[in-house]
Ligand binder design. Structure first.
Ligand SMILES: *Cc1c(COP(=O)(O)O)cnc(C)c1O
Length: 427
């Protein structure tokens, strides 16, 4: 054993503490229960658990930091679990959907159609008709959508509510994923928007505003503020070409959460101050407009864990492998294969031994892998973890967003994951 440890590679640097979860004895507490009790309640591993108390606390923290009157939307592609969307519909002002499938979940969840918006490239004709029938706002991404919306409006005798998603001529600096600026499949290039607005007027669609979304997973408040200022300025200029006053100005989001060693939590205070300044300008420049922020991962990412059971403990040439019953088939992003350029570890622990402290001899450097026959199926690469045995529970933190629904469940034919919403809103 000692020989093994001395030849094992050094552990990776530390993550920010996952202080949102407590301990009961040695066990991590999720949704008010020790993780092993929760696992028994769920009745299987692997599973995802999302904590209502943490979801509500995050929404409240945002309300506190953002000026009153700024609308907070949930971009449900981050986590479309129906029970979670129903909770979010109560906690935020609106839901952003990206398909007719998501639209159904949002409406089933009780979201107010007046506060639902539908963005996404490649909306099919049937989806545009469904959106008009439901009365939701369509964020137009292409001139092709306009005649289809006009036809739906006429056939249904209902207004086609539209906002224009603008592909700006700038990007959100330092983002994990860039979704605006340069050449993109998203939105309409800013320079083509005046002609599109005139078409919206001719077709008598109900123009309501603009949508700008420059990027995702950003931890630098200053970059987010700059993108918001540039977005506001662009929308203000384009408003001069609009057939009706701007009532809705969606400035995007992109608020990130810390996933990797060395990353810090985003500072909301400067973002709140920046939005207050923009809101003050809008009072005179765009007097009918509400500012909207749309967030996915920031609202839900830190409130979820993925739990998988260690099936086998193997040692290969001095390195410890914890082979688990789930991996990239359920959690593609933790494996590093969902947009990461250089693979890094998500924060993780052995949930039923999480109380063992650093420096304690009950910790070691180990790699956690899933059951798939591919070296890509890696959940933790040479991390310092509590010493684990078969039967223990590996917990991956920061798993509330882009986990379950963003993973290739069918790959290799292993059993499907379970998902549970746990805890109480006021815990
Ligand atoms: C994906 C997406 C979001 C959510 O992004 P997060 O990084 O999860 O906050 C918001 N708006 C649009 C248009 C998106 O495509």
């Amino acid at each position: 054993m000692n020989d093994e440890r001395s030849t094992a590679p050094r552990a990776a640097p530390a993550h920010v503490p996952m202080s949102q979860y407590g301990l009961s004895g040695d066990e991590l507490v999720v949704g008010g229960k020790p993780i092993s009790v929760l696992a028994t309640q769920v009745g299987q591993t692997p599973f995802y658990a999302y904590d209502r108390g943490l979801l509500a606390a995050r929404a409240a923290q945002l309300r506190q930091a953002l000026p009153a009157g700024v609308k907070l939307h949930y971009a449900m592609k981050a986590n479309p679990m129906p029970a979670l969307v129903a909770l979010m519909a109560r906690l935020v002002d609106g839901i952003d959907v990206a398909s007719a499938g998501e639209l159904k979940v949002a409406l089933d969840a009780g979201a107010d159609a007046a506060e639902v918006s539908f963005a996404g490239p490649g909306k099919r004709d049937i989806e545009l008709h469904q959106a008009v029938a439901a009365g939701v706002l369509v964020n137009v991404e292409s001139a092709r959508e306009l005649p289809v919306l006009a036809q739906a409006s006429q056939a249904l005798g209902l207004p086609a509510r539209v906002a224009v998603r603008v592909n700006p001529d700038f990007e959100l600096k330092g983002s994990g994923m860039k979704m605006g600026g340069g050449s993109k499949q998203f939105g309409v290039d800013a320079e083509a928007v005046p002609a599109l607005l005139s078409q919206i007027g001719k077709l008598q669609l109900q123009f309501e505003g603009f949508h700008l979304f420059a990027g995702s997973q950003n931890l630098r408040a200053e970059s987010i503020c700059e993108a918001q200022r540039l977005s506001y300025e662009l929308a203000r200029q384009l408003a001069g070409h609009a057939p009706a006053p701007v009532r809705f100005l969606n400035l995007g989001g992109g608020f990130g959460i810390p996933y990797f060693p060395g990353e810090q939590r985003l500072d909301l205070q400067p973002i709140g101050e920046n939005l207050a300044a923009l809101q003050e300008r809008a009072r005179t420049e765009l007097p009918e407009a509400s500012l909207v922020i749309e967030l996915g991962r920031y609202l839900v990412g830190e409130a979820g864990v993925y739990v998988t059971r260690v099936v086998d403990r193997k040692v290969s040439r001095g390195q410890v492998y914890l082979v688990c019953d789930g991996g990239l088939n359920h959690h593609l992003s933790a494996s590093g294969n969902f947009g990461q350029v250089l693979r890094k570890n998500y924060p993780a622990t052995i949930g039923n031994r999480a109380g063992s402290r650093a420096g304690n001899t009950t910790r070691e450097t180990a790699s956690a892998v899933g059951p798939l026959c591919t070296p890509l199926d890696l959940l933790a690469d040479r991390m310092e973890l509590p010493v684990a045995q078969a039967g223990d529970l590996l917990v991956i933190f920061q798993s509330g967003a882009y986990g379950a629904s963003a993973s290739p469940q069918g790959f290799l034919g292993h059993p499907v994951y379970a998902e549970v919403l746990v805890g109480a809103v006021n815990s």
